[in-house]
Design a protein around this ligand. Structure first.
Ligand code: 6AU
Length: 276
């Protein structure tokens, strides 16, 4: 799978066909950050506090909105206001994983109203092509109010020990990204997918965005199978954006930590640019 990772974020912003990818790259270029904070806190107050304090240093804030003890739709209004104030995108890490008919209802409408506030969502390929087809159908439908303002990432590999998201699974991820590229802007994966062989030819000028999670500057993993790499190794392995959770929010000074991830991630990106 080819990528434009040798170009700057600014250049990719100009060339990309998808408006959400363009915004993402513009934000990265303007704020000089490729950090996505995974704000896996369990109260609305903590989530909004993190969004406000870390907002200036991040390109994207990633949520697991269903882990909030005191969820309400007003939290999302506040979150959207903070996203506008600090210029970051919101990525709901919902990992849709069901038949098409179900995921359409989980994405658009329902208790969480995900399509109304999440610029980006992700899905797994476990159910097969139909999941991407269904989500794309919703997002491209004539009645969808956020047309061209929403995008999908495919979870192409996983960071947890013993993950089965490999081989054929990863191959189908790349194939579906190509087939549904009006909605899919990229992947969550631990390294570049450039060497994945597929039955769907690369698109002309394709530029899928690679988000790498399992990023931590101080730890190699946790006791539940999570496996980490550093911001630098993630970017060297092909990441365009680095997702870090506990390494940023679960330390005494999350702002200092966000700045450190920003610096390491950005410097690794600059080194990559100067090499290519
Ligand atoms: O930095 P951490 O370990 O505190 O948090 C990592 C975050 C969590 C996971 O749900 C998520 O990244 N994640 C994902 C995503 C983003 O889809 C995929 C994966 O393979 N591993 C992983 O940790 O919110």
């Amino acid at each position: 799978m080819s990528s434009k990772y040798h170009l700057s974020y600014g250049e990719r912003a100009k060339q990309h066909l998808h408006p959400v990818a363009r915004r993402l790259f513009e934000i990265a270029q303007e704020k000089e950050t490729n950090v996505v904070v995974s704000a896996d806190v369990t109260t609305a107050g903590e989530l909004l506090d993190l969004a406000d304090r870390l907002g200036p240093y991040i390109a994207v804030l990633k949520t697991h909105i269903d882990i909030l003890d005191n969820f309400s739709l007003t939290v999302l209004e506040d979150l959207k206001a903070l996203a506008a104030r600090h210029n970051f995108l919101i990525f709901e890490d919902r990992k849709f994983v069901d038949i098409g008919n179900t995921v359409q209802k989980q994405y658009h409408g329902g208790a969480l109203q995900i399509s109304s506030w999440a610029d980006i969502v992700n899905c797994t390929m476990l159910p097969g092509e139909g999941i991407v087809q269904a989500l794309a159908q919703t997002a491209e439908g004539d009645n969808f109010p956020y047309k061209d303002q929403r995008a999908l990432l495919i979870l192409a590999t996983m960071t947890s020990k013993g993950s089965l998201a490999t081989g054929e699974y990863t191959k189908l991820s790349v194939e579906c990204a190509r087939k549904y590229n009006r909605f899919v802007i990229g992947f969550v994966a631990s390294k570049s997918l450039a060497d994945v062989e597929t039955n769907v030819a690369p698109l002309e000028n394709e530029d899928f965005v690679l988000f790498t999670t399992g990023v931590n500057m101080a730890s190699k993993g946790d006791k539940l199978g999570q496996q980490y790499q550093t911001p630098q190794s993630a970017v060297e392995a092909g990441a365009d954006f680095i997702i870090a959770g506990r390494g940023i929010y679960a330390v005494p000074d999350p702002v200092a930590s966000a700045k450190a991830y920003k610096e390491e991630g950005w410097n690794a990106y600059l080194r990559r640019l100067s090499k290519d």
